[in-house]
Design a protein around this ligand. Sequence first.
Ligand code: FAD
Ligand code: DHB
Length: 402
Amino acid sequence: MTVLQKRVQVGINGAGPAGLFLALLLRREGIESIVLDSRERGAIEETIRAGVLEQWTADLMRELGVGGRMDKEGHFHRGITLQFLGERHHLDFVDLTGGKQVIVYPQHEVLKDLIAELLAQGQDIVFGVKDVQLHDIEAKQPRLTYTRPDGKACEIQCDFIAGCDGFHGPSRQAIPKELRREYQKVYPFGWLGVLVEAPPSYHELIYSNHERGFALLSTRSDTVQRMYIQCDPPHTSKGDDIANYPDERIWDELHARLDTADSTLTEGKIFQKGIIGMRSFVCETMRHGNLFLAGDAAHIVPPTGAKGLNLAVGDVLRLSRALTQFYKSGDAGKLDSYSAEAVRRVWKAERFSWYMTTMLHRNPEESDFEQRIHLADLDYVAHSQAAATALAENYVGLAVDL
Ligand code: FAD
Ligand code: DHB
């Protein structure tokens, strides 16, 4: 069988936020890459995932020339609202962090902007590939093999492979098991997320701790809103199924958890719904030989802190700087410290995501004592400038170099 062969400097597996941001960052430095993804472009651009961009992620989009639509269509929020015991408490991030804010602009819109810009610049992106395999990652010239959608077998020879293929992709598994140290926590609850045709019910995000479980009110546009409720985790013996949630039940739960004495949610047509599980996961190391992991391929956070997408971008910004140093000066110093420095920052986002998740959800495995502690934590954040500042600093995003 003929195998189509090609050589590039960096082979990137995965066209999610990590892979696409990396390709654009490398192009800016004149470093050549190819991006592979097992999904079709349409599927990538339509999958509903994260919603919040940290201040520096938005700034990076502008710097890379892909911030135009975000600035026009994104929703700029100066803070968030925490709701507990029926009361709402506004945290003003702009005041607490010296001017930083967050932008609600969904992940699939970010991906559309990145793909359009990369293709306009002539970037090689191959969608719909099958059977991607990583070879010789410990050697000087690692290889990626795959089958193109037209059935042709291909081989990419490169200097480095960037494993940006998410939690279930092959890159992490290519690191020998005995060299990986993995840390995991699976939460005994999930999120049911809906998209609703309705005007906004509130001017900012509301994170609610309620005795019936957590709820989150977010937004997408002036006519579409995003809402989540805590449910049982999917894929377990007592797992929740979307069939258990007719629209009426979803509205009952949303009203119970998010309404207050003087405000109620505006209902509308629910046109999309799905359930996700919640997990914290870190793989140490994020490098083996000439394979570098980035984003969900190396770590997962539960979505409560809105960190997953931003963390993936932080990894590839660091990786792009390391590769740039290598190609410009032959110095492998930043490549050698990539894993240790990335992991250090990842653990801070893991801590914050765990903290927000623990504080805001009702965990059936916890005692009443622990529930009271979470309410005390919320009360502390709502009334202490020091505690609110710590939450705000993490929510708007820690410095990439931390
Ligand atoms: P991904 O976005 O997963 O991209 C990996 C890419 O690799 C995918 O396009 C995939 O098709 C490709 N790939 C996988 N396997 C292969 C293979 N074998 N060969 C070739 N390509 C492959 N975060 C939040 O902050 N808030 C949220 O509300 C939120 N909701 C989420 C909902 C869901 C269902 C999921 C899965 C994640 C959610 N996240 C959320 C997390 C956030 O979306 C991720 O952290 C972010 O997508 C990570 O980007 P990534 O590029 O590392 O990985
Ligand atoms: C959204 C998702 C999150 O995980 C979060 O913390 C805030 C907002 C969203 O989808 O809009």
